[in-house]
Design a protein around this ligand. Structure first.
Ligand SMILES: [Zn+2]
Length: 239
């Protein structure tokens, strides 16, 4: 009994020391898509590329709720931050308010690179000219030799766990995974990266649900579980 007590105390001391130093805690960079204002300036689609894309088109908005995508993304992101921190993960946010002109995708990727993110998790919601389009999907970088080799497999694995947990949490149709080579924020990332499209704000059903705090919480729980599963940690903390 005493021996167990001593072992337990030693374990607790080690745990507290690691939490205090923050050494063993992985970093997740949460990127709530867009901001108050779009950014029409352009930036290279990948390092050294002469192809340039607009920094931020501004995102979509809820057809019924009137909520902007930027605000929905942020609400889910802030809830996710709380859940991950409670689970012992260090969180870095690309923004914590919806008050400015979007910094663009190169800047977002640089935040993730500088933080040495174990996962760069980008949160978005979709828009379509087809009001019946609905469902959840997750995007990750396409394989480009000499370019995304280092993050392709890990990003794909993260996309799988995040997509499956997010679909389970929201209950929206599963639109699966998609590889993209044309995302500036992917091409500049040197760390595993995924971008979730939680649902369609141009679909009345999904917009109505995503605008509620209950569904924003569901989304955060799903993203937390997906991220922790990818990191090989217990997902029970995501409540
Ligand atoms: Zn978006």
């Amino acid at each position: 009994m005493l021996r167990h007590g001593i072992a337990l105390t030693a374990l607790l001391v080690a745990l507290l020391a690691s939490v205090a130093s923050g050494q063993s805690a992985p970093v997740v960079v949460i990127d709530p898509g867009h901001d108050l204002r779009a950014n029409p300036a352009t930036e290279p689609i990948s390092p050294g590329s002469s192809t340039r894309k607009i920094k931020d088109g501004g995102g979509t908005h809820g057809v019924v709720s009137g909520l902007t995508e930027a605000e929905l993304n942020l609400r889910v992101a802030l809830r996710l931050r709380t859940l991950l921190e409670r689970a012992g993960v260090r969180v870095v946010m690309t923004r914590t308010e919806t008050v400015a002109t979007s910094i663009g995708n190169v800047a977002r990727a640089r935040i993730a690179n500088r933080a040495g993110a174990a996962l760069f998790l980008r949160i978005h919601a979709d828009g379509s000219t087809d009001p019946s389009a609905r469902g959840t999907h997750t995007l990750y970088p396409a394989l480009r030799h000499g370019w995304t080799d280092d993050v392709y497999a890990s990003s794909k694995r993260a996309a799988r766990t995040v997509q499956s947990e997010l679909v389970r949490a929201l209950g929206f149709p599963d639109r699966g995974l998609q590889e993209r080579s044309d995302f500036t924020g992917f091409n500049w990332a040197d760390v595993p990266v995924v971008l979730v499209e939680m649902g369609f704000m141009t679909n009345a059903t999904e917009d109505r649900l995503l605008a509620t705090s209950g569904y924003q919480r569901r989304a955060a729980v799903g993203l937390c579980r997906g991220a922790l599963r990818y990191l090989g940690r217990m997902t029970t903390a995501c409540r």
